[in-house]
Design a protein around this ligand. Sequence first.
Ligand code: SF4
Length: 396
Amino acid sequence: MYEIKATQQLKNVMRDYFTGIKSPVAWCTSVGPAELLRSFGFEVYFPENHGALLGATRLASDYIPSAGKIGYSGDICSYLTSDIGGYLTKQTPLKKQYGLESVPHPDIIVYNTNQCREVQDWFSYFAKEFNVPSFGIMPPRYLTDVTQSEIDDVAAQFKALIPLCEQVSGNKFDIDRFRETLKLSKEATHLWKLVLQTARNSPAPLSFFDGTIHMGPIVVLRGTQQAKDYYRILLDELLENVKSNTGFLQKEECRIYWEGMPIWGKLRSLSDLFAKNNAAVVASTYCNSWVFDSFDEADPFASSALAYTEIFINRSEKAKTRMLKSLIEEFKIDGVIFHDAKTCFNNSNARFGMPARLKSETGVETLIVEGDLCDLRFYSEGQTHTKIEAFIEQLT
Ligand code: SF4
């Protein structure tokens, strides 16, 4: 059976990260200004990563109703509702996994609405609960191209965060530390990109499902040596596998792209389903969302502003289609599966005709599956498996 040996190392890295979080702590959105925060000496904690964990452990459904009781609709982001629900019920899977009694207490809460407005509501709730300051970066949204004035606007917002960080951390802003952190982040994200690109080979040594696990450090440890070291190890192993023609499938009958959020509670069963049908899911928008090509320590504010504003989720339909087409070509994709996540329309691109347009412009088949990132009430396993098997049949 195919196994990525670096997984043991990954577990150690993630354990050390969680058990090592100590004050001062900054909560940050997954594509928020982590490098700037780290440069002040903050340990950075990511509630979305906790949301994914709640989904993967299938605890989300137990907690979502508690958030509903205080007014958070079951139709909104299930990272938000499960995370707030877990907090209200005083439960977290971090206890079983890493021995933590609760999620780390924040000293400051920072979000970037480059991904959605939901993070503003979510993070503001916690800022009030913990009685700590919060700061929001609000970039222009849904851009086709990112202009200089838009970069200047976001860079100015990054700079406006400095006095608050100085006050809360007790440390003066140090541009060299920021440059150094951004450089580490750039190197790690470059290695992560190369890791993902190993799946351009057939047989591919890394599936989308592997990617959702191995992306942990690029989300939570951006700007650290640990993330960079981990991706070096993982990349070396995957390149060895490419050399020896070792892939996660013996035989790839078709190559698939996963568009949209993972269905965290069903990664294993979906991975098994594709494998059983010799269908290789080799690329995804989700895993590529933590590739930040524009980071440049020589110009840390403008380049961070650009990198965090040009992300896929913050782009127009036109730019998204352009990006998808390029990935379809790069990874030699036969079919694209669009996950229409019921509680995250921000990261679901199936609702305004994109699958049909993409098919007519590229000739690549597309399929829409309905589900959710965490809330499995919106997912029908039988129906989805049948749809996917029929789709694979069509591709082969
Ligand atoms: S992008 Fe979607 S899943 Fe992520 S925080 Fe926003 S609403 Fe939730």
